[in-house]
Design a protein around this ligand. Structure first.
Ligand code: ADP
Ligand code: 5GP
Length: 213
């Protein structure tokens, strides 16, 4: 008997470090599957179709939504983003954990979906806004206009922090990553996520019976 996979949701204002944390968490445990979102935004240098995102036209994206293939979708920074449903349901059934890098709208929709009972949500805060700005610039992948619009949205994203199960302040990346691992380890150990315990406890009971006979 295997447990259903966890749906681990990471959200943060852009630049706080969630992609970095997601990458490091999956290096630590390669069985964690990344939910590759579909998006209408253009690929950044180095991004590959099917790896970071499925890059789609707006018409293609809306078709997927109409066909019910999106677990959730939202408009973020003027582009559509969404999490394909099929791979998530399959991973869950196989007992494989799925990691989502989605904004607060995606987090809310997944939490309120039929799969919501397996959601573990984590919000990443930056230590300061100056640091958030510096990290976005340091990434050097966006134009000045894109950086300005992402900073403008940060306040709105941060206002949803209290909707999450866990909140991490990403000061030092290694210690934030260590905290994230602890969350994953503890959530996997929840009693209801260990269905095999029922059989084990029955065996323990039988063993007691044998000793008493
Ligand atoms: P997000 O996915 O939230 O937009 P990224 O993971 O792309 O953010 O991080 C933005 C930038 O900040 C990257 O250049 C990353 O290397 C850097 N970064 C992430 N976490 C830290 C940290 N704790 N300290 C310093 N720089 C960080
Ligand atoms: P970026 O363009 O920087 O990769 O992502 C921009 C924002 O969109 C981030 O806050 C990211 O978490 C969010 N995002 C990425 N994929 C999805 C998705 O599938 N659904 C939702 N709702 N948000 C997403």
């Amino acid at each position: 008997m295997t447990r259903r996979g966890l749906l681990l949701i990471l959200s943060s204002p852009s630049g706080a470090g969630k992609s970095t944390l997601a990458r490091r968490l999956m290096e630590w445990d390669p069985t964690i599957r990344f939910s590759v979102s579909a998006t209408t935004r253009a690929p950044r240098p180095g991004e590959e179709d099917g790896r970071e995102y499925h890059f789609r036209t707006r018409a293609q994206f809306l078709d997927l939504v109409d066909q019910g293939q999106m677990l959730e979708h939202a408009e973020v920074f003027g582009n559509m983003y969404g999490s394909p449903r099929g791979p998530v349901e399959q991973a869950m059934a196989n007992g494989q954990d799925t990691l989502f890098d989605v904004d607060w709208q995606g987090g809310q929709q997944i939490r309120n979906s039929a799969l919501g009972s397996e959601v573990v949500s984590v919000f990443i805060l930056p230590p300061t806004i100056a640091e958030l700005d510096a990290r976005l610039r340091g990434r050097a992948q966006d134009t000045e206009a894109v950086i300005a619009s992402r900073m403008a949205k940060s306040r709105d994203e941060i206002s949803h922090w209290a909707e999450y199960d866990y909140v991490l302040v990403n000061r030092d990346i290694a210690s934030t990553e260590a905290d994230l691992r602890v969350i994953v380890m503890a959530e996997r150990l929840r009693r209801r996520r260990q269905p095999a315990l029922v059989g084990l406890v029955k065996d323990l009971d039988r063993e007691f019976e044998g000793r008493n006979a």
